[in-house]
Ligand binder design. Structure first.
Ligand SMILES: C[S@@+](CC[C@H](N)C(=O)[O-])C[C@H]1O[C@@H](n2cnc3c(N)ncnc32)[C@H](O)[C@@H]1O
Length: 236
């Protein structure tokens, strides 16, 4: 009938954890979705490379459409929100056209992952499936050969961005801790651990499970900053 519009069934949004670095540490489900995806989206900090893309790229279809969400790394949260708005709008356009979209997430999407900001914008409108991934914490413990927690131990995840005073308090109240987002906060973290007599119980891992992984005891590190992709495990 002239003028009649065909209804398009909207696509499904997938937030897919690709694991910490080694592509073999990806779930079979993540691999299946990535190898069959027509549209793949990911964040690129300051227009640079995307770690999640680097991990998953060997499995991309030849003619996959890539949506790159350029994320300016600025303290001003409004700039970040605007970037998520733009990325969500691009993804929404593909979904509305009936195409599924796979959003790649380093590690696990809901473990300090940026996918949650796309999830809150898009899941009210589109069917959304979250595929969990191996976190950096699990990878760090495995590579260091340090069990994270046993029996009634309390394990804390502490972002190194917290003020020194709060890190100190939190660390005195747990048996094991994983400190993430170390990067330029390393000097502060090391000084708190020294005050608490925990330096010899702390191990750092840079780029866990990537080809250029580095593991060091904290006492052996003289730099004041470490790469962003660094995790410290504290386990007396
Ligand atoms: C915003 S959080 C994202 C965590 C990620 N979604 C996950 O499941 O592990 C980023 C922090 O995770 C840690 N991280 C992520 N990947 C890592 C890796 N391969 N090696 C060491 N630390 C890593 C670092 O502390 C980094 O600053």
């Amino acid at each position: 009938m002239a003028g009649a519009k065909t209804m398009v069934k909207p696509g499904t949004l997938y937030g897919v954890g690709v694991g910490p670095g080694d592509p073999e540490l990806m779930t079979v489900k993540a691999w299946r979705l990535i190898t069959s995806a027509q549209v793949i989206a990911y964040l690129a900090a300051n227009g640079g490379e995307s770690t999640a893309r680097n991990i998953a790229a060997p499995f991309f279809e030849k003619d996959v459409v890539e949506i790159i969400i350029d994320m300016p790394m600025k303290l001003d949260r409004e700039i970040g929100k605007a970037a998520y708005d733009r990325g969500a709008a691009q993804i929404a356009a593909s979904l509305a056209d009936g195409r599924d979209v796979v959003v790649l997430c380093e590690g696990d999407p809901f473990f300090y992952g940026s996918f949650m900001y796309l999830f809150e914008r898009l899941s009210p409108q589109f069917t959304t499936i979250v595929v969990p991934g191996i976190t950096s914490i699990s990878a760090a413990a495995a590579e260091m050969r340090v069990p994270l927690a046993a029996r009634d131990d309390v394990l804390k995840i502490l972002p190194a961005t917290l003020p020194a005073e709060q890190l100190r308090t939190e660390l005195t109240l747990c048996r094991s801790a994983a400190i993430i987002k170390v990067g330029r906060h390393f000097e502060k973290v090391k000084s708190v651990l020294s005050e608490l007599g925990l330096v010899n119980s702390a191990t750092s891992i840079e780029y866990a499970t990537h080809g250029h992984q580095v593991i060091r005891k904290l006492g052996a590190i003289n730099e004041t900053t470490l790469p962003y992709f660094t995790t410290i495990i504290v386990r007396p």
